[in-house]
Write a protein that binds this ligand. Sequence first.
Ligand SMILES: Nc1ncnc2c1ncn2[C@@H]1O[C@H](COP(=O)(O)OP(=O)(O)O)[C@@H](O)[C@H]1O
Ligand SMILES: [Mg+2]
Length: 336
Amino acid sequence: MSDGGFAGFTGSSAPQMPPQVSSPVRPREDQASEALPFERPLTPARPASAGANGAVAELGPTGRPVPDLPEPPPRSRRGDARVISMCNQKGGVGKTTTTINLGAALAEYGRKVLLVDFDPQGSLSVGLGLNPHEMDLTVYNLLMERDVTLDDVVVPSGVPGMDLLPSNIDLSAAEVQLVHEVAREQTLQRVLAPAVEKYDVILIDCQPSLGLLTVNALTASDGVIVPLECEYFALRGVALLKTTIDKVTERLNPKLQIEGVLGTMYDGRTLHGREVMERLVQAWGDKVFHTVIRRTVKFSDSTVAGEPITTYASASAGADSYRQLAREVLVRCPDA
Ligand SMILES: Nc1ncnc2c1ncn2[C@@H]1O[C@H](COP(=O)(O)OP(=O)(O)O)[C@@H](O)[C@H]1O
Ligand SMILES: [Mg+2]
């Protein structure tokens, strides 16, 4: 797999944005088909698009008009939960932050939410105020011990309507021990089966690797959300993640879908941030969420406080972004 062509992407040598023109210059067809998504030349900045009635739609941070994202209706029927993994083999891109805050925002909209900490670092559990050394039972016990049930391990998260399956470093042993199990890739799916009947949404916080634990998470899921830090180097490696998702879809879980790609730690004041966003949209098209999470220290502060930003700083822009993401997820998955 080639990551070539990235070297030319720097603030100074990147193509200059030309002034708005009526017919954007496009790459030649043959060039476009050979180029990797991130290598294609940037198209000129698009003007705000005029709708049928001549009204000019406001362009969002992703360069596309932001659709109407209505207040979600109450969940109409109680069917199986929508299971969504937060997945990116790079660390520090906002997987755990997105799991906590998207979950809390969905709970605010009346969904019954279960968060699954599936990273042996246990950041999700710590981020919700748990002490990793004081956990009796964790996801590890649920995976490896037949007599441990879901109800034995689930704890309240502190947010009404949202529960947690906690983890700590014990989970790292599961990666090794699972190798010898029958149907090792389906272990998480099997133990989550009772939860699928009880909850509306289950969010799985993956570890930063594409190993057996992550394959278990993808096998147990209906959808994947890929959080991506809006930094140039964050774009590297996404092709490998896509290959892993495709393999799991082909071999283990045909229903798996990419729910969306989420730009995190976005700084719209810098050309760099805007360029990365533009390249994301070039590569992933409509899979990129209209919602973008901006960089703010409030997220680290709320982690220290052990609660979601939606309760720690309820009126902050960060909390609002995750509420918007929740509405966008519910528009994309109306059955959640
Ligand atoms: N939008 C953001 N702005 C600023 N800091 C953020 C943002 N999202 C996450 N962080 C911080 O970045 C660090 C890594 O985020 P985290 O969600 O733990 O990533 P991952 O789970 O992918 O490793 C944490 O300290 C978190 O508080
Ligand atoms: Mg994490």
